[in-house]
Design a protein around this ligand. Structure first.
Ligand SMILES: Cc1cc2nc3c(=O)[nH]c(=O)nc-3n(C[C@H](O)[C@H](O)[C@H](O)COP(=O)(O)OP(=O)(O)OC[C@H]3O[C@@H](n4cnc5c(N)ncnc54)[C@H](O)[C@@H]3O)c2cc1C
Length: 385
């Protein structure tokens, strides 16, 4: 019988990519506890990702990339997170944003081509730093306190961004900034220079290896053409499915650990392993409902987004529902896995307690639960108007 994680592989080509990522995930799993303990950034994982070609997964073929679909991105990110959630989430922002730029053309063509070539040739990466302590999550519409002031030939950007995943490794990133002279907000591509500093603030309960520190910009110059045009094609935010994929991968790892524990652990008062107990089987069944339901929604949403290119903005409720269900069900599944394993699940020697802490972060990645519920409610109310 095939493994649960393989259930959504559709072709030989997808299997081949999955096997490549599986090898990376196994290697990263061996390093995960150390980076989790130290809160250090796994530079060696990113060197491996570069060497394997994974960093160019979503780059268009014309620039030498893999031009992966959203479905493939979800599948591979899930598998990578099975080995190490932090690395998967961090690289997911990069891969997702390249896909987003590919479909929305929000990055002007010249900058996009330059980015793609840097990814393919040098293993460059990208992310957007939009969160700030005063404005909170950008997905809620807060105004950035980071400012962009016009200067000769470009802009001077000043401010402080929080939750800046991948900050230890990026040589370029996008920031959102407020433009006082226009009383508006725009995104700017920044190439790291001496005016950019990283303050190592990231010391959290979970996702400790994502390097999501604060980034301070002190009058950083960026040329005029590095201001991104506000309007692009609305892609419904499908690329954000890299987030639920990550948390599903972590939960699948917890599930496999618990099931294999149940099959091998036999306390000396029992005739067989605890997997034979109806109570434990019930728990395994519950874990399966959480995972299988969430994955059904996740892969269906990704597949629809790939195929229904004209109606992507209309898929927002489906995409949000997939994220909401996956992140919440991942938390439930890891909790059940730990109950199956019992007190040993608390041990730092086992990966379960790390999974438990890592999945928690999914609640605070966009779209947040209340935003999803609001979107679904608005959809229902509009329908009946
Ligand atoms: C592991 C990880 C990696 C991340 N990486 C990045 C990254 O690379 N780039 C980036 O820009 N961001 C990143 N983020 C940040 C993320 O997108 C959020 O900005 C951040 O988690 C703060 O979100 P929040 O909902 O707690 O913030 P806030 O918006 O400050 O909300 C705090 C609380 O206030 C309440 N609240 C605030 N506003 C509203 C409202 N309008 N309606 C209802 N309730 C409200 C809610 O109870 C909410 O929980 C990352 C986060 C995590 C956890």
């Amino acid at each position: 019988m095939g493994r649960l994680i393989d259930q959504y592989i559709r072709s030989a080509a997808e299997r081949e990519r999955a096997e490549m990522v599986e090898a990376l995930a196994s290697r990263f799993a061996e390093r995960a506890a150390l980076h989790d303990r130290d809160g250090s950034f796994p530079h060696e994982n990113f060197a491996d990702l570069h060497k394997s070609g994974y960093l160019k997964l979503t780059v268009p073929r014309i620039f030498g990339g893999g031009e992966a679909t959203l479905y493939e991105l979800v599948s591979l990110q899930e598998r990578l997170a099975y080995g190490d959630g932090s690395t998967a989430l961090a690289v997911g922002w990069h891969l997702g944003q390249v896909l987003h730029f590919r479909t929305t053309r929000k990055l002007p063509d010249k900058l996009f081509e330059e980015l793609c070539r840097a990814i393919v040739d040098d293993g460059a990466m990208i992310n957007t730093f939009a969160s700030e302590s005063a404005s909170g999550s950008p997905s809620r519409g807060g105004k950035p306190e980071t400012t962009a002031i016009r200067t000769e030939g470009g802009w001077l950007i000043t401010g402080r961004k929080t939750f800046s995943t991948l900050s230890p490794i990026l040589d370029r990133f996008v920031v959102s900034a407020y433009i006082p002279e226009e009383d508006g907000t725009a995104d700017f591509l920044i190439y790291k220079n001496g005016q950019v500093s990283i303050i190592e603030t990231w010391d959290t309960i979970g996702m400790r290896g994502t390097g999501s520190h604060d980034v301070v910009l002190d009058s950083v110059f960026t040329p005029g053409d590095c201001r991104l045009p506000g309007l692009g094609i609305d892609d419904g935010g499908g690329w954000l499915l890299h987030i639920p994929a990550c948390y599903m991968g972590i939960a699948l790892a917890a599930r496999d650990f618990a099931v294999s524990f149940a099959q091998t652990y036999r306390p000396n008062h029992l005739q067989g392993p605890i997997a034979e107990l109806p109570l434990v089987q019930q728990s395994i069944g519950q874990m399966e409902t959480e995972l299988r339901t969430a994955r059904c929604l996740l892969y269906a949403a990704a597949d629809r987004w790939d195929r229904e290119t004209e109606s992507r903005p209309l898929l927002k409720p489906e995409l949000g529902l997939a994220k909401y269900t996956a992140t919440n069900n991942a938390i439930k599944a890891v909790d059940i896995a730990m109950r199956i394993v019992g007190g040993a699940s608390l041990s730092k020697k086992l990966p379960l307690e790390r999974y438990y802490r890592d999945v928690r972060a999914g609640l605070h990645n966009p779209p947040m639960d209340n935003t999803v519920l609001h979107t679904l409610a608005a959809d229902a109310l509009n329908e009946m108007r």
